[in-house]
Structure formats: structure tokens, C-alpha cells
Design a binder for this molecule. Structure first.
Ligand SMILES: [Zn+2]
Length: 76
């Protein structure tokens, strides 16, 4: 549930823009890579390896925007 973590971090102003240090205003295009294991006829989702998201600062004239899988590093 990484998307919920990102959502909460932005809602609580804990996602920081590395450029201007203000709270990141929005995220988009969240996607996850999920490893699947085939178990007989069933495909079982085992783990969510990484998730990628595009973060947009959106403060004043700051133009910081990044597509990253290391988004957790921007959370306070
Ligand atoms: Zn910024």
C-alpha cells in the first residue's frame, strides 16, 4: 500500500521538495511492480518490489518534478 503512504505524506505536508524544501503538492502516475508466483493454476501475488511515482512540487515558481522510485527519501 505504498500509494496510501504517498497520499498521506502529501496530505500531511511531509513530502518535501528537495529544491525549495516546501511540501510537495501532488503526485501522479503511481505504478507498482508486482512479482507474481505461479502456484498450480493460480497466480499468487507475492510482493510489491518497487513503486514509481511522479512528484510535482507545485509551490510558487519552483519547477521541480521527478519520476522516482526513491520517493520515500523525500518524506520527512
Ligand atoms: Zn519545490
Amino acid at each position: 500500500m505504498s500509494e496510501q503512504v504517498i497520499k498521506d505524506a502529501i496530505a500531511n505536508s511531509k513530502m518535501r521538495c528537495p529544491k525549495c524544501k516546501n511540501a510537495v503538492q501532488k503526485y501522479e502516475k503511481y505504478s507498482e511492480t508486482i512479482d507474481a508466483v505461479r502456484d498450480g493454476f493460480n497466480v499468487v501475488e507475492v510482493d510489491s518490489r518497487s513503486s514509481r511515482v511522479t512528484l510535482t512540487c507545485g509551490n510558487g515558481d519552483c519547477d521541480w518534478r521527478e519520476r522516482t522510485e526513491y520517493w520515500s527519501e523525500y518524506i520527512d
